[in-house]
Design a protein around this ligand. Structure first.
Ligand SMILES: [Zn+2]
Ligand SMILES: [Zn+2]
Length: 256
């Protein structure tokens, strides 16, 4: 499996960090984890086959995680080469994502759902037990996070293969760390260095405490506010947890 970081940033505009988006490539398909306004352009910039993207996951309805959905569907209507696509695009995510997208669609009769291929929308419940399919050979489970009422973390599981967790935005939760336990890759938010201004995000010492409980093989810290520009995240992280920690940056490619 391969992960490409499209956006390691936040809602605050930053010259080197786009807002949230991660391209996950498995042998059987591709999934975009969160779709910020920057994500469609970033997929093109990274040379990814966005025309044949299989699935989009939306963790919650903050615009730095979902605002690219409507522009992506609008662009797909006119993209050269899309006429050859017949397979469906699956959009799955938190409660309210369908209503949000349909409200934009109706605001100007964009006909975002009138595509040359089917669009399947599925809202999922926070439920760590019920598995559902994402693409062939990849299943998922979700977990409610202390960020927004609707916000969800997702665990992606290959049968007899790798496990990836993407927390998206979250406050401190040891239950979440237990949900994430034993991942091959844990993509964890680490919005702030210290003195976080809100309880609904993480600062470094909290993120590393969650890593201690979750014990991932690889930890990718993301959703980095501009204050991180002045700090060496990886060496600060090492002081708090001895495992492999990687600071996300746009364009980073991980194989595992
Ligand atoms: Zn965010
Ligand atoms: Zn958020």
């Amino acid at each position: 499996m391969k992960l490409i970081v499209l956006g390691s940033g936040t809602s605050v505009f930053h010259p080197q960090r786009a807002a949230s988006g991660f391209w996950l490539q498995t042998e059987s398909g591709s999934i975009l984890l969160d779709c910020s306004a920057d994500a469609p352009h970033r997929m093109a910039e990274e040379g990814l086959d966005w025309i044949n993207l299989d699935a989009i996951w939306i963790s919650h309805l903050h615009l730095d995680h979902c605002a690219g959905l409507a522009p992506f569907l609008f662009g797909m209507k006119y993209a050269p080469g899309v006429g050859r696509r017949t397979k469906p695009l699956k959009i799955f995510g938190c409660e309210g994502v369908e209503k949000w997208l349909r409200a934009i669609d109706e605001a100007h009769n964009y006909r975002l759902f009138k595509q040359k291929f089917p669009i399947e929308i599925q809202e999922v419940e926070p439920d760590a037990v019920s598995r559902f399919g994402v693409v062939p050979e990849l299943n998922a489970e979700t977990f409610s996070t202390p960020h927004r009422r609707e916000s969800l973390a997702i665990r992606l599981i290959q049968p007899h293969g790798k496990v990836i967790i993407y927390t998206s935005d979250t406050g401190y939760s040891e239950e979440l760390a237990r949900f994430a336990h034993g991942a091959d890759l844990l993509i964890l938010e680490c919005s702030f260095y210290r003195n976080k201004p809100v309880p609904t995000h993480l600062q470094l010492d909290e993120a590393m405490r969650l890593a201690q409980i979750a014990e991932p093989r690889k930890l990718l810290l993301t959703h980095l506010y501009p204050e991180w520009d002045a700090v060496d995240l990886e060496s600060e992280a090492k002081k708090l947890w001895p495992g492999e920690t990687i600071a996300a940056r746009d364009g980073l490619r991980l194989e595992f």
